[in-house]
Design a protein around this ligand. Structure first.
Ligand SMILES: [Zn+2]
Length: 96
C-alpha cells in the first residue's frame, strides 16, 4: 500500500493513503493543488502540487477534480455567443 508523506500546518509530517487526497487540476495548467484531511487533527489542508507531484499523485491512484481557477469572463461568453451566430457548425466550437 502506497503511503504519501506530506505535512500538516499544525502536526508536521503526516502519512496519507492515496484515497485521503484529492487533486485539484486546472485544464490549462500542468500544476495544481492537492487537499487532504489531516489524520491527526482532522484539519483540511491545501498544498500546491507542481507538475512532478501531480504525476506522482496520479500514478499512485489519487483521485482528481478539474477546476477552473480563472472564472469565465463576460467577454469570453460574448465571444462564444458571437461565434455561435457566425459558425456554420456550432458543435465544432466544442472540440477546441
Ligand atoms: Zn494536522
Amino acid at each position: 500500500m502506497t503511503t504519501i508523506k506530506t505535512t500538516c500546518s499544525l502536526c508536521g509530517d503526516v502519512e496519507l493513503k492515496p484515497a485521503d487526497l484529492v487533486l485539484e487540476l486546472s485544464p490549462s495548467e500542468e500544476e495544481g493543488t492537492y487537499r487532504f484531511t489531516c489524520p491527526e487533527c482532522s484539519g483540511l489542508e491545501r498544498r500546491p502540487a507542481n507538475a512532478r507531484v501531480v504525476s506522482v499523485l496520479l500514478a499512485t491512484g489519487v483521485s482528481y477534480q478539474i477546476v477552473r481557477t480563472d472564472p469565465i469572463t463576460e467577454a469570453e461568453i460574448g465571444n462564444f455567443v458571437a461565434a455561435l451566430h457566425t459558425e456554420k457548425d456550432p458543435f465544432r466550437l466544442l472540440t477546441n
